[in-house]
Design a protein around this ligand. Sequence first.
Ligand code: FAD
Length: 295
Amino acid sequence: METNGVNNGSEKARHGLSFEFFPPRQPEGEKLFWNTLETLLPYRPDFVSITCGAGGSRQSGSGELVRHVQERTGLHTVAHLTCVGASRADLTEMLRFYQGCGIPSILALRGDSPRDDPAALERGAFRHAEPFVAFIREYFPEFRLGIAAYPEGHPETPDKALDELHFRRKVEAGADFAVTQFFFENEVYDRFVASCRDKGVHVPIFPGIMPVTDFKQIKRLSELCGSVLPEWLTSRYEAIRDDPEAMLRTGVEIAVAQCRDLLLRGAPGLHFFTLNQSLAVPKILEALAGEFYAG
Ligand SMILES: Cc1cc2nc3c(=O)[nH]c(=O)nc-3n(C[C@H](O)[C@H](O)[C@H](O)COP(=O)(O)OP(=O)(O)OC[C@H]3O[C@@H](n4cnc5c(N)ncnc54)[C@H](O)[C@@H]3O)c2cc1C
C-alpha cells in the first residue's frame, strides 16, 4: 500500500482506493462475500480491509478470513483488530498469527464492549486505541498501522476538539494512515483534515464512503456510529424507501457526487464500506472513472 494514497502502479498516478468487508456469518453470506470481492478485483484496490467482529465479538473468524483473502487474491489485506476486553497475550497471539501469514497492515481499534458483556472495556489491557497502537508499534514494528478517525466526533466524546486531540495522539503513537467513519457533508471532513494538518498531522486520512442503498439499514448504522444523516438526504429517501431500485440509483448518484467533490478537495483516496454488497460500488467507480486519475 502506498501511504501517500497514490497507486504508482498505473501510468498516471491514481487516487487511493480501498474496500472494506465484514466476515460473513452464514453460508449464503460467504458466497456473497467472495462474489463481491471478485466483482471488485478489476478495480485494483490498493488494499482491502476485513473488520473483526463489530461490537467487540470474537475475532477468530476474521483471522482465518483475512489470511484466506490475501492468499486467494494476492491483494494487500488489512486486518482490523480491536483491543476491547483483550489481554496483551491475546493481542500478541493475533498479531503473531497475522505476522506469520504475511499480513502487512493492521487497522488498530479499541472496539466496543459487547452488549452482553458491558464490562469488557474495563477488563482489557488497553482502554483506548492509542496505547494499543503504541504497543503494536513497539513489538511489531513491521506492520503498517491504520487507525479510525471521526470527522463528526466519536459518539462517546463530550467534546469534538478533545476527540481530535485523541486522534492526533493515536497518530503520534505510530499510525501510518487513518480511515474515517462515514459522513455525508464533505465540509465536516475538510474541516477535520485541515485542523489536523494545522496541528502537524500528515498521515493520509482516507474518507470512508457509505453508499446508501438501503435507507433503513444506514439509518440504524448511523445511529450506532454517530454519523449524521442530513435532512436533504433523509428527505430524498422518504418517497422511495420501499423501492430498492430507486434507492440503489439514488445511493449511487449521491455517492458519486460526494466522491467527486472529495477528490476535488484533495482527499488522498476513497475507502468504500461495501457491506459485502457488489451492486453500488462498481457503478460509482464506473461513473468516476474519468476523474479517478490525478493529473
Ligand atoms: C474505519 C473504521 C473501521 C472500524 N472497524 C471496526 C471493526 O472492525 N470492529 C469493531 O468492533 N469496530 C470497528 N470500528 C468501530 C470502532 O471500534 C468504534 O468506533 C469504537 O467505539 C472506537 O474505536 P477507536 O479505535 O476509534 O477508539 P479510540 O481511539 O480509543 O476512541 C474511543 C473514544 O475514546 C476517547 N479517547 C481516546 N483516547 C482517550 C484518552 N486517553 N482519554 C479519554 N478518552 C479517550 C475518544 O475520544 C473516543 O471518544 C471501526 C470504525 C471505523 C471508523
